[in-house]
Design a protein around this ligand. Structure first.
Ligand SMILES: Nc1ncnc2c1ncn2[C@@H]1O[C@H](COP(=O)(O)OP(=O)(O)O)[C@@H](O)[C@H]1O
Ligand SMILES: [Mg+2]
Length: 247
């Protein structure tokens, strides 16, 4: 069972001056007062810009994950992105302190940060990352190395589009890794993803972000699954539609 069980947003605590500002003005977030996490693996899916990263990053901030150093991962872009955390309450059973927040977009900055650290403290900085600079690997290899070395049996892992540098084969390796950790019974994942491969993970909870709500959805009901399947089976039909002159 997941140990982060519930996420509450307390809308009464939004300062009136901020009510119409990002992120408090977003209808999809406003619709949310309690989110129940029902599986060790939860996927957040929905269109670009639907609010997945905003929610995930704020969960990370509430956990104390968003800072370089101590709890190690990089990396918030701006304070705005985590102000949602000011009205967020997390319910745990039991409380777990380990884990991290991973944002694919800022992974390069993270790799550079490890390089800078290595300049100061020597190559021991690369110890947790397979012994050499992440920049000396391909993007996808660096992602996998990072996950293989940093995902531990115990922890809450918040991952934002981890598939973004991974080949389909590497995504399968990644599924295997999630499975190994989940078997331990102590690892929990919340993963924002567009990947129909990743979100197929058995017994995962999938939460779909629309413009106005966040609802549980079955894998086969997701657009990621149905559109990908339909496209692969009927490419010509899609091309006829996409490449026709009449709009
Ligand atoms: N710092 C910010 N300031 C203002 N608007 C933002 C900021 N970050 C994201 N947004 C907006 O909030 C919406 C949700 O963004 P995001 O949570 O990143 O979406 P997703 O991860 O689902 O693609 C988008 O419309 C985006 O433009
Ligand atoms: Mg995002």
């Amino acid at each position: 069972m997941p140990f982060l069980k519930r996420i509450n947003l307390d809308w009464d605590n939004v300062p009136p001056a901020d009510e119409h500002q990002f992120p408090f003005q977003m209808p999809v977030l406003r619709s949310l007062s309690t989110l129940h996490l029902e599986s060790n693996v939860t996927f957040l899916t929905g269109e670009n810009g639907s609010g997945k990263s905003t929610l995930l990053e704020s969960i990370g901030h509430s956990c104390g994950f968003s800072i370089i150093g101590g709890k190690d991962l990089v990396i918030s872009k701006q304070k705005d992105n985590v102000s949602l955390a000011s009205i967020m309450r997390l319910s745990w059973m039991p409380k777990v302190n380990s884990g991290f927040y991973f944002r694919a977009e800022t992974f390069d900055a993270f790799a550079n940060y490890i390089d800078e650290l290595a300049e100061d403290v020597g190559s021991s900085a690369y110890g947790p990352y397979g012994g050499k600079s992440l920049n000396e690997r391909s993007h996808g290899q660096a992602f996998l190395t990072f996950f293989n070395n940093r995902l531990d049996k115990k922890g809450l892992y918040l991952l934002d589009e981890p598939e973004s540098a991974l080949s389909p084969q590497s995504q399968l390796s990644f599924l295997r890794l999630i499975w190994e950790l989940e078997q331990s019974g102590q690892a929990q994942f919340i993963i924002a993803t567009h990947s129909p491969i990743l979100m197929a993970y058995p017994h995962a909870q999938i939460l779909h972000f629309s413009e106005s709500s966040i609802e549980p959805i079955q894998y086969e009901e997701t657009e990621h699954y149905s559109l990908t399947r339909d496209f692969l089976n009927n490419r010509d039909r899609y091309f006829n539609m996409l490449f026709s002159d009449d709009e």
